[in-house]
Write a protein that binds this ligand. Structure first.
Ligand SMILES: NC(=O)c1ccc[n+]([C@@H]2O[C@H](COP(=O)([O-])OP(=O)(O)OC[C@H]3O[C@@H](n4cnc5c(N)ncnc54)[C@H](O)[C@@H]3O)[C@@H](O)[C@H]2O)c1
Length: 438
């Protein structure tokens, strides 16, 4: 932590030196000079605040061991993951502000404050791309969780400008605001989608980073990626050092978001961490959003008495991580010292086929409906990706405790109270019309 403080100090000093102190006769230059002075003062006061907080809370072994009260901003915090995190942060004694546009795809046509959002949360309704609102939202804030994003692989392949604007320009807007008003810590929600296909091993034990499937291959229903000589490959856990493949606009924009935070924020002395979430599931996930959250999409089908529709042959595998384990990782990312610059997988460390997931969910919801295996595919979908979580275990002490079954068991009660509109057929037609599914 001492090293962290000293690094922050050095970068703050560098920034402070940018402010010219000499008298400048030119009136425009004078204004610039004054603005720089104000900025340097703000940085100095933020540095002072950080020294005060760390001095009060670091134990002899460098861990933040006493509960400290932070002012925390969660962008996109009215959504699924952010709202659960907000509950935990409030429970731990922090103050929570949320900046969220309450988009209809997630929050319904009325875009109203969700009932599940704690009354103790200060909600600013606004867009992450609006510089004025972002400036207002970060005032007095110590820590930011940047979760605000357009979320959905298939949809991103035709709403290309929208996904690029919200995820890339939205994050750039936040970075510009942070350059003027730095905070102490920034945690950005990244995604497993950036990997594309996960890591594989070939028949002679070598790892294969760039497995992929051509459209011609998908058309002939050969679902598993193969090696250069058509050799079969075995999926293995994907670690953070796997080279990203960014197969969709969503993945590309999430990677941009992650890199922008990790490249820019530390230049302003902000300890920055990226958490790459895998398939998160749990209560409050938008059931009527057909573009994201496979388990929620299956649940919406089942609640409407319809079979879950499974693409390809159902043997594609994913890592499903329960929301409480994700919140655990987010809280550890706040408390753990000296983690600036880290990129960490947040998954369960287990993997299941999509067919198994549909079967388990159907059983828990007590429905007698067999899943429908469509044999169809969507452009941009990957076959296998599941997390190697050893780095998060080592760096954060992250220890996920839910299985898919125990997570679904916990969320089943919530599911039974939900009304879900099944928008999957319309979304599938939209993708097919554009040649993005067949
Ligand atoms: N849920 C998952 O499985 C998963 C997996 C990997 C990564 N992630 C990432 O985690 C973060 C949170 O995901 P989630 O599942 O809670 O999604 P969500 O859709 O439930 O929440 C996202 C929130 O962002 C808000 N938002 C969208 N556009 C906005 C804008 N222009 N300005 C301000 N707010 C805006 C929405 O209203 C919504 O409340 C996202 O960044 C997502 O990419 C999620």
């Amino acid at each position: 932590m001492a090293e962290l403080v000293s690094r922050r100090r050095t970068s703050f000093q560098k920034i402070s030196q940018l402010a010219p102190r000499a008298y400048i006769a030119d009136p425009v230059a004078k204004q610039v000079n004054a603005a720089n002075e104000i900025r340097a003062k703000k940085i100095e006061s933020s540095r002072e605040n950080f020294r005060r907080i760390t001095a009060a809370s670091i134990s002899t072994w460098g861990v933040l061991d006493r509960p400290m009260t932070y002012n925390i901003l969660i962008t996109g915090g009215a959504g699924f993951i952010g709202s659960h995190l907000a509950d935990q942060l409030l429970h731990d004694g922090h103050r929570v502000r949320i900046l969220d546009r309450l988009i209809p795809q997630v929050h319904g046509p009325e875009s109203k404050r969700p009932d599940y959002l704690s009354k103790a949360v200060e909600l600013i309704i606004g867009d992450i791309r609006d510089a004025g609102i972002v400036e207002q939202a970060i005032k007095g804030i110590d820590v930011i969780y940047h979760f605000g994003a357009a979320v959905g692989v298939g949809q991103s392949m035709y709403q290309i400008c929208h996904y690029s604007e919200v995820n890339a320009i939205g994050t750039a807007t936040l970075m510009e605001a942070l350059a003027r008003q730095p905070v102490e810590r920034l945690v950005v929600a990244s995604s497993m989608s950036i990997y594309g296909e996960g890591l594989y091993r070939n028949s002679i034990g070598e790892t294969v980073e760039n497995a992929s499937r051509s459209i011609a291959q998908l058309k002939s229903h050969r679902w598993e990626p193969v090696g250069p000589d058509e050799e079969s490959l075995t999926p293995i856990p994907t670690p953070e050092h796997k080279i990203p493949a960014v197969p969709s606009v969503y993945a590309l924009s999430k990677y941009y978001q992650e890199r922008l935070c990790l490249n820019v924020a530390p230049a302003y002395g902000i300890c920055t961490v990226a958490l790459r979430f895998f398939n998160v599931f749990g209560p409050r996930q938008a059931l009527s959003n057909p573009y994201t959250g496979v388990l929620a999409i299956f649940a919406a089908r089942l609640l409407n008495g319809r079979p879950p529709i499974i693409h390809e042959d159902g043997r594609q595998s994913r890592d499903f991580v329960y929301i409480k384990d994700v919140v655990q990782a987010c809280i550890l990312a706040l408390k753990t010292p000296e983690i600036g610059g880290q990129v960490l997988n947040v998954g369960s460390g287990r993997h299941l086929s999509i067919l198994e997931v549909a079967t388990i969910l159907t059983k828990f919801l007590d429905k007698r409906i067999a899943p429908e295996i469509s044999g169809k595919y969507r452009v941009g979908d990957i076959r296998n990706c599941f997390a190697d979580i050893s780095l998060a275990r080592e760096v954060l002490g992250y220890n996920p405790s839910y299985t898919l079954e125990s997570g679904i068991a916990e969320m089943a009660e919530w599911l039974s109270t939900q009304h879900a509109e099944d928008r999957l057929p319309a979304a599938t037609r939209e993708l097919a019309r554009r040649g993005l599914a067949a």
